[in-house]
Design a protein around this ligand. Sequence first.
Ligand SMILES: Cc1cc2nc3c(=O)[nH]c(=O)nc-3n(C[C@H](O)[C@H](O)[C@H](O)COP(=O)(O)O)c2cc1C
Length: 386
Amino acid sequence: MPSHLFAPINLRGLELKNRVIISPLCQFSALDGTASPWHKQHVGSFAISGAGLCILEATAVSAVGRISPQCLGLYSDANEAALTAIIRDVRTYSDMPLGIQLSHAGRKGSTRASWELHKGHGVPDSEGGWDVEGPSAEAFTEGWRRPLALDDAGLARVKREFVDATRRADRCGFDMIEIHAAHGYLLHEFCSPLTNHRNDGYGGDLAGRMRFPLEVARAVRDAFPKHKPIGVRITGEDFVDGGLNLDDAVVFARALKEIGVDYVTPSAGNVAPGMKLPKIGPGYMVHFAEKVKREAAVTTMTVGMIYEPRFAEEIVASGKADMIAIGRAIMDDPRWPWHAATALGERFVAPNPYARSAPQHWPGYAAVHGVTLKTGEGGMGHATRE
Ligand SMILES: Cc1cc2nc3c(=O)[nH]c(=O)nc-3n(C[C@H](O)[C@H](O)[C@H](O)COP(=O)(O)O)c2cc1C
């Protein structure tokens, strides 16, 4: 039976060849927001992975909106030129759709790259740190910067920054945009009652708290070509008492759908300290996508410890989610989709220069690995252990 995971899906005008999506993955490898040679290899390797879509990392819409000084941005001509050049190169050998996640880190900006956290979270001014901004003037916790609460002019500016970055993303050649409204960054901070203590029309009940993220999503939608899809990474649960829950996610997803958002990815957590995490295991957020899909009637992507092709297949086949985002597993094995296709009995055709990478072409493979190879026509072949 043909695989559901490897069935195509259409997002607005964009046809994805399969439902394996490369999750956005911060690389902390940019200089002043500008992509580096690292990004070239990173995107290049994913571009031949066989995934249906690669969504580039959280990319700041302003220098202040970066998580760390090394974060990727799309707020200057130099940022735009570097990403344009990478996409132009990739297009010479891959037709994989490329997306970009636009983001503003809010009060969680001016922090360190993940591998420098032993030095403490906050980056001092002397090391290139900056004043951060958020919905309310409350720091994440001790050692983090206290943000400036955005006033009306600040909100209008941030919205403009999202619009400008959207136009730049289109000019770069990105096929889609994902808006980051999860993981405790600015748009999530607006949504969550734990971080939004405003007294104006952008705070208060859920409708008030969602208002700014929805305005941003609408502005991005309006600024991006009609045929190109946009998605939003949202929060299924804050995992902190009094925080956002799955019912809130359904309401947010419905409102996003109404303004033309093509899919949502419910993720979770990291907006405030004191998380009470449930049992974390493979697919621990699939039920978020399932409920949001059912109750908001929106296309969903799920994410979170989905490592096994058959598990990914089961999630899509049972209709719990429409697409599967893979993060760490695809950094570990950038050919994950080739191997998943093989495991699910699908034919995969490697790019011509790598055509002889299929195990049936490896002299001595069977003897070394103790396997019998059943060769398919082209593609990766099938290896079965005796
Ligand atoms: C190195 C790294 C960087 C990440 N960067 C981002 C990011 O830029 N945007 C985002 O929404 N999630 C980011 N995440 C979260 C992943 O996209 C994904 O949701 C998470 O790792 C769970 O999926 P996995 O178990 O398949 O890795 C990052 C995760 C890792 C490990």
